[in-house]
Design a protein around this ligand. Sequence first.
Ligand SMILES: C[S@@+](CC[C@H](N)C(=O)[O-])C[C@H]1O[C@@H](n2cnc3c(N)ncnc32)[C@H](O)[C@@H]1O
Length: 308
Amino acid sequence: MENEAILQCPACRMGLSGGDDGFFCSGCKREFKRRAGLLDFLLSGEDQWEQIGRGFMNGQEEMEKRLLETPLVELSTADRLIKAVALWYRGDFEEYRRLIEDALTGIYTDEYNEAMKKSLNYMVNLVKEEQGVILDLASGMGGLLQELLSSTKGGFISVDVSPTSSFGLLQYLRYRNWGDRVQQLIADAACLPLKDNSVDVVTTAAGFQNMQDAEPVFKEIRRVSKKLITLCIFFERDDPNLAYVRDKSLHVASLFREGLEKAGWSVSMEIVLKARAEPTPQSEILGIRPDRLPVSPTIRHFVTVVAV
Ligand SMILES: C[S@@+](CC[C@H](N)C(=O)[O-])C[C@H]1O[C@@H](n2cnc3c(N)ncnc32)[C@H](O)[C@@H]1O
């Protein structure tokens, strides 16, 4: 990995030594394994790798079979989206790409999809101006990362806390011939295996809204990075949906700004697009909704936040 010099132990912050199999911390003696090209820096102590075999459906084979075998026309809109995601996790990327666009159209309002598309474009144009080490945080299925890879020539670091989605992303990046441009780290945003000021820009699209607590993450990103460019999907301050979130600082623009400032960032909110959002429809096969929020119809604010 080209970026090895910027790594440090996420637990005790000492230097790491290592090679092909992974890294060893001379301070706390922890070992961090490299498997299938992924560097595992999770500190939970469990072997997270075991999760990977269970995949996205996590052993619900009967339901997965129903999703995959039922003809598309007989599936509800939510099940079409879940089927597309299940195909992605199974590595059937051709079929995933055939289904995903229509599935998203069926799930979100047109204005929501439009705001997402415009905000991502705006963000990509900002990141294109940047140089140096760029780290995409909470990459998930790589929505932003793939836009960045298609519109630039450089390399990226990608961090996600989930071994399962990191492994899915690894396969997807290889399928798109981008494998050698991305170094993936499995790590918690609140505990990054990176030296102080070692990153030039952290990007993340809707990553913060999937985290639990703002403060430790805002501080940690401030420690490692000189700049932050993020797309956030916020609620208005008095939105009843906020009753279902743990830390409002990740979900309300003014509180998000305050939280970042408290962690030492200077913040500007670049564009704000408003879009009507409905609860995502329920899956008939799994009984769940693709998105937990909103639970009631509302207006979401798509905000591109730049902080230095
Ligand atoms: C909806 S995805 C974000 C979308 C993604 N950024 C994109 O561009 O498509 C949310 C991701 O956040 C990750 N995540 C949640 N908490 C995290 C944390 N503390 N550290 C790192 N990643 C985290 C989840 O594992 C999940 O993959």
